[in-house]
Design a protein around this ligand. Structure first.
Ligand code: HEC
Ligand code: HEC
Ligand code: HEC
Ligand code: HEC
Ligand code: HEC
Length: 461
């Protein structure tokens, strides 16, 4: 019964509004091209209502349990102390309260008359969504457990995944805690092996967001992984993200006070690119791990030649050497990666510069950007996921792949020059923080850039 209901619920909007072909998570994401964009512009007028209607048509609660059905993470902390410490400073623990999530979520709520509440909430506050405490959108009915985002008892009572996008997890809350081993003994709960916890699909069902009406792939991490070399070799999300840093492969110890000694424990910090957020929250250790992740992902290589008329032809290659998916991935309509290029003459004078940060903390708009932006129904570029009608811009570096850009830089005269190229990353654009401030009066700390990789070259003309 339960399973049937879940299937019906999640399929309904696509039946009503678009036919289900688009909803197939394994289909290719729409690409930016002239035809695509033109089609978007033709079909504009009713888009906002359509979004609202369709998401509303999706009944609010796929699986519903009594409030309190999921246990509070504090309960688990009494025995799983280290795991609790690591998890409580992970982005999963902040998934609801996060000051970088809330303004976007509230804006989506306002612009769709609340139609997106349960869509966003299913992933960012799964316990509230599954115990009837959401809506109201503002979280005023949330209990203590719901406020703590994606927590222990949500993940460890997942018995399967029914759908590989928009959160298709099947919950079986109760005394049986499911995990990757199943051979431990606990006085508090039963322990049972669940293969799904060892699979990328477990993560993928949340790390794959598809717009319920337009079918645009908002977050495509899982699909991207599934179809690249890592996915084919089954090197999972857990393999990279449930170890403290890219170089560390084994963390021996006990997962619980009275637990068995294991030669490798699953790390629960879920480190990604969020060093700016972690620093802003005072979590300096997590912020440093996050920078290590970012640095492990990429390499920059240069090839330069000067033509007879004194033009420097500089080719910058960016290689994705460490991430199991494109870089950047995730909410790449909020995050940015870009190139900084600087040419300095012998006297230290800057003769060319691209991608620099101005005194308002904004990145040079003419820089080479690696990111995603959507087109809305009117054909304008937008970072509002709920308005995504097609992909408007998508330039990212594929796993184990590269991208390159050639700069033609006129040199001012004969002499020696030094070229510096840096691949930079920001968790969010300063423009979006400025907009949050204008809208809500909330002044979030200025975004900080992270250098992922760099390369230098000297040349003579
Ligand atoms: C009274 C102590 C205690 C409490 C409280 C406790 N656990 Fe455990 N748990 C253990 C012990 C001991 C083990 C076995 C560890 C081992 O030997 O590797 C364990 C194992 C686990 C496992 C591992 C399953 C596997 O496949 O190996 C999971 C998952 C788990 N607990 C989840 C939870 C969650 C979620 C909570 C809170 C709702 C919780 N535990 C509360 C003691 C506890
Ligand atoms: C081979 C190792 C590897 C695998 C496999 C891998 N990742 Fe990553 N991931 C990384 C590295 C390195 C980064 C840092 C670079 C970045 O942020 O783009 C990263 C970044 C991320 C981020 C942060 C994006 C950002 O910029 O904020 C998320 C989210 C993420 N991974 C999720 C996943 C999921 C989900 C999977 C499985 C489908 C997965 N990863 C598989 C290595 C891996
Ligand atoms: C986002 C989902 C998620 C959250 C939140 C989460 N876990 Fe886990 N946990 C996993 C996965 C997945 C694994 C298995 C990783 C692997 O071995 O590949 C795991 C492994 C474990 C294990 C077994 C570790 C080992 O290596 O023996 C224990 C115990 C555990 N988790 C307890 C907890 C507790 C306690 C919390 C909260 C403080 C928690 N988990 C939060 C997903 C989660
Ligand atoms: C219930 C849905 C859900 C599941 C299951 C889930 N995630 Fe996440 N994950 C999220 C959300 C939502 C965020 C972003 C929270 C925020 O920043 O507000 C996130 C954030 C992350 C980040 C932090 C990225 C950064 O920017 O620093 C990493 C890494 C990550 N997840 C990896 C994983 C891995 C690995 C698994 C599987 C073991 C997993 N997630 C399972 C929903 C989920
Ligand atoms: C299927 C699960 C899912 C749904 C539905 C979902 N998200 Fe997320 N969200 C994620 C994951 C996973 C991440 C982390 C990706 C990354 O780190 O880049 C994330 C990250 C974010 C972030 C970045 C937070 C930060 O700390 O940087 C924002 C903002 C956000 N989501 C807003 C929304 C809004 C608004 C909605 C509803 C319109 C929504 N999300 C719906 C899974 C989801």
């Amino acid at each position: 019964m339960k399973r049937l209901a879940l299937f019906f619920v999640t399929t309904l909007p696509c039946v009503l509004f678009m036919g289900c072909g688009l909803m197939n998570a394994s289909s290719e994401p729409p690409r930016a091209n002239a035809v695509n964009v033109a089609a978007v512009v033709d079909d504009t007028t009713k888009q906002p209502e359509k979004v609202a209607a369709a998401v509303e048509a999706k009944p609010a609660k796929p699986q519903l349990f009594e409030p309190g059905a999921f246990e509070d993470p504090k309960v688990c902390s009494t025995c799983h102390r280290d795991i609790y410490e690591d998890w409580s400073k992970s982005m999963h623990a902040y998934a609801w309260e996060d000051k970088w999530y809330q303004p976007d979520y509230i804006l989506a709520h306002q612009e769709t008359d609340g139609a997106t509440d349960m869509l966003c909430g299913a992933c960012h506050s799964p316990i509230a969504a599954r115990t009837g405490l959401l809506p109201p959108a503002d979280g005023s009915k949330f209990d203590e457990t719901s406020r703590r985002g994606i927590s222990c008892d949500f993940c460890h009572t997942v018995s399967g995944v029914e759908q590989m996008y928009n959160m298709g997890h099947v919950s079986e809350p109760g005394n049986v805690k499911l995990g990757p081993r199943g051979d431990g003994k606990s006085l508090y709960h039963e322990v049972k092996y669940a293969e799904i916890h060892t699979k990328a699909d477990f993560c993928g069902s949340c790390h794959m967001v598809i717009h319920p009406v337009t079918g645009v792939h908002i977050i495509d991490t899982w699909d991207d992984w599934k179809n690249n070399e890592y996915g084919k070799q089954d090197i999972t999300c857990q393999d990279c993200h449930m170890t403290p840093t890219p170089g560390v492969s084994k963390t021996p110890g006990r997962s619980a006070l009275m637990g068995k000694r294991r030669d490798n424990l699953a790390f629960h910090g879920f480190i990604g690119g969020s060093s700016y957020v972690q620093d802003a929250l005072g979590n300096t250790k997590q912020a440093e791990m996050s920078r290590e992740f970012l640095r492990a992902a990429a390499e920059v290589k240069l090839a330069e030649k000067v033509t007879d008329d004194g033009t420097l032809e500089l080719t910058v290659e960016v290689h994705n050497v460490g991430a199991g998916h494109k870089i950047p991935t995730g909410t790449t309509y909020i995050r940015i990666m870009w190139l900084q290029v600087e040419v300095v003459d012998n006297a230290g004078k800057v003769v060319y510069s691209s991608g620099h940060v101005d005194d308002k903390n904004h990145v040079d708009p003419d820089a080479v950007f690696f990111r995603v932006l959507f087109r809305d129904a009117e054909g304008n570029l937008t970072g509002k996921s709920w308005r995504a009608h097609s992909i408007g811009y998508d330039r990212r570096i594929p796993a184990k792949g590269k991208d390159s850009e050639t700069y033609s830089i006129p040199l001012p005269g004969k002499g020696d020059y030094q070229v510096t190229t840096r691949l930079m990353y920001r968790s969010v654009t300063q423009k979006s923080l400025d907009e949050v401030y204008e809208r809500t009066g909330e002044a979030l700390p200025p975004v900080v850039s992270v250098e992922m990789a760099a390369a230098q070259a000297k040349l003579r003309f």
